[in-house]
Design a protein around this ligand. Sequence first.
Ligand code: PLP
Length: 216
Amino acid sequence: MNIAENLHSIRESIPDHVDLVAVSKTKPNALILEAYNCGQRIFGENKIQDLAEKQAALPKDIQWHFIGHLQTNKVKYIAPFVNLIHAVDSLKLLKEINKRAAQHDRVINCLLQIKIAQEESKFGLSVSDAKILLASEEVANLDNIKITGLMGMSTNTPDQNQVNQEFKDLKSLFDTLTTDYNLTILSMGMSGDYALAIKQGSNMIRVGSSIFGART
Ligand SMILES: *Cc1c(COP(=O)(O)O)cnc(C)c1O
């Protein structure tokens, strides 16, 4: 795997307004540094302990995104530094993030994960539950979190029409909600489908294996 070459060709193929999150989960610090030395600054992890260890060891100007399913009892470990939490799917979790962020005098940016895939295994809020959360006064009163956008994962299927439709649906929800809630980030697209996601309006892609190689 040539990380520099991979990063270069991904950057060449995506528009400037799309942020690239390099998903470094399971990968050692040496490989993350290789990407860092190519100018990459946004990295994504999905395990709390890995994220905390990597953040402590690696350069402090890295922006760390948490992209996995977050348990409330683990928020405290990343609250001091996390830049964006991609997969928030409950009021309980938002309240805990708010509480921990307040302890560090920070505002933590969060994305609501919307369930767009048909697979049962994928986490995320239904469209109606997301709307209820955004409209709730309780959420509006959480001063130490900011809901800055939406995140979604498409169904793992070779059917490109289905993936395309799921991205289209999420973009249309994003457009509807952004008027009232000033959302700016639409995180959708991974190694296998980021080109399609960008075509449908994604402005943040989460790419792992196409940069760092397959995970074992
Ligand atoms: C692992 C992961 C990715 C990256 O997947 P690749 O197919 O390796 O690009 C993106 N988003 C989430 C939420 C992930 O867990």
